[in-house]
Design a protein around this ligand. Structure first.
Ligand code: UDP
Length: 449
């Protein structure tokens, strides 16, 4: 560890960042996103790691082993390893993980010590990992950066019937992580605001770095050919993609289709709503069945197609077949699905919540409507479905505006943040990034929100 020069004229010394330990305790990045605990955070962690490697930084992602018989170490790409740490039985539910965090932390520390690994930064994801990162950062004497992905108080604010309240344990745990972390990465201005208003987080410690989208994979295609490959030729296609749980609002997409049929805008053989994804979390248990029942009760069984969670790289085929993508979430800290759809040239009708407000440009790349307002979703979806000039121009602007978001750019900002933190030789939050302007505060995102 370099000794810090306290002489008043000394220029700050920045250490190069060579290796980062990412912690994702509860959501194993080896799992495919779209069901269970794997979703946007999985995509974020993988893509950030791949882009950091492009910058010469090696990334080890530590996660809890959640299935027996899998290798302890998996190389996702050269320079990016997933290392599985044993803590509790593999099939433990997320709700029971807090009790096993001390075991996870102890195993992580001894594993790193025994293997002789060392890291320049520890970056944790979700509050459970933040608890472990506080311990690891103190032991390794390296900065501790944290990304929440979702906040318990925010979820409780958006709670729907059937949703479980986020427990005090989580809310207290989040407050602790906010106090301990040297820097917090927020994806949007909304998240930054929530951290300050709901948790009294110190504004200077929050750094705005939006996620990205992989433009090589998510790009416009031939819509008719994509429809044909899904046996949807000649039909209008509405698309919902995501983990199935009440807060994601797939039921609102079904209700919106119901309104369009009821208003005589769409006939049974003219349109289909695709719902891609699987049940997620305790509140999502049985959600797919509830949605199927809702469709049946509305007489829409032939118009709603449920498709099991798809590997991430298979999704462009679905976006490219869609005439409109519905994102009816009640809360959304970012909303990668909306961004991926826009990158594929698909207009989005989304709820005016969280990150969707930064992604969807109302009237230009789609529409923002009040969460839960199924009639408004139907009206706006119909504007897109019935007006090919409008949808064509929205699709083109959507592709352009998605260019503001790219993983390489996000990773560059994260790299800057890590480097800024490396000037300290201790990790007391007061010494980290002190007096500095938050990195990565993109004016374009600030302006839009
Ligand atoms: N996803 C996927 N396969 C599926 C459904 C979803 O790969 O079957 C991906 C989707 O492409 C997106 C992520 O899961 O990248 C969901 O992220 P989002 O931010 O929309 O929601 P979150 O899961 O974070 O709540």
């Amino acid at each position: 560890m370099a000794v810090r020069d306290f002489s008043p004229t000394a220029a700050p010394v920045y250490r190069p960042i060579r290796r980062v330990a990412m912690l994702v305790v509860h959501s194993n990045p080896l799992a495919e996103p779209g069901e269970g605990d794997a979703g946007g955070m999985t995509v974020y962690v993988r893509q950030m790691a791949y882009s950091l490697v492009q910058r010469g930084i090696e990334v080890d992602i530590f996660t809890r082993r959640d299935s027996a018989g899998t290798p302890s170490e998996v190389t996702l790409r050269p320079g990016v390893r997933v290392i599985q740490v044993e803590a509790g039985s593999p099939d433990l539910s997320k709700e029971r993980i807090p009790a096993f965090l001390p075991e996870f932390s102890a195993r992580l520390l001894s594993l790193v010590e025994e293997s002789g690994l060392d890291y320049d930064v520890v970056h944790s994801h979700y509050w459970l990992s933040g608890k472990v990162a506080a311990i690891a950062s103190a032991r390794w004497r390296v900065p501790f950066v944290h990304t929440f992905h979702t906040l318990g108080r925010e979820k409780n604010r958006a709670k729907r019937p059937g949703d479980l309240m986020e427990p005090e344990l989580r809310l207290d745990g989040e407050a602790r992580v906010i106090a301990d972390a040297c820097a917090i990465v927020a994806s949007t201005v909304e998240e930054r605001k929530a951290l300050i208003e709901l948790y009294s987080a110190h504004p200077e410690r929050i750094h705005l770095i939006p996620p990205g989208v992989d433009h090589a994979t998510f790009r416009p295609g031939d819509r008719e050919a994509a429809k044909e490959s899904l046996s949807l030729s000649g039909k209008r296609v509405m698309l919902f993609v995501g983990r199935l749980q009440p807060l994601k609002g797939a039921d609102i997409a079904i209700s919106a289709l119901g309104h369009l049929v009821e208003w005589g805008r769409l006939k049974a053989d003219e349109a289909e709503l695709l719902i891609v994804g699987g049940s997620s979390g305790a509140s999502g248990a049985g959600e797919a069945e509830r949605l199927a029942q809702q469709a049946a009760e509305l007489g829409l069984s032939d118009m709603v197609r449920f498709i099991a969670a798809q590997p991430h790289h298979h999704l462009p085929g679905f976006y490219q077949a869609a005439d409109v993508c519905l994102v009816p979430s009640y809360t959304e800290s970012f909303g990668l699905v909306a961004l991926e759809a826009q990158a594929c040239g698909v207009p989005v009708v989304g709820s005016a919540v969280g990150g969707l407000k930064a992604i969807v440009r109302h009237g230009q790349t789609g529409f923002l409507v009040a969460p839960g307002a199924s009639e408004s979703f139907a009206e706006r979806a119909w504007m897109v479905l019935s007006d090919s000039r409008l949808s064509g121009s929205m699709g083109r602007i959507a592709v352009c505006s998605s260019g503001d978001f790219a993983w390489d750019r996000s990773a560059g900002e994260l790299h800057d943040l890590y480097t800024a933190g490396s000037r300290s030789d201790d990790c007391s939050p007061s010494s980290m990034w002190s007096g500095k302007k938050p990195f990565g505060s993109r004016t374009i995102v600030l302006r839009r929100s």
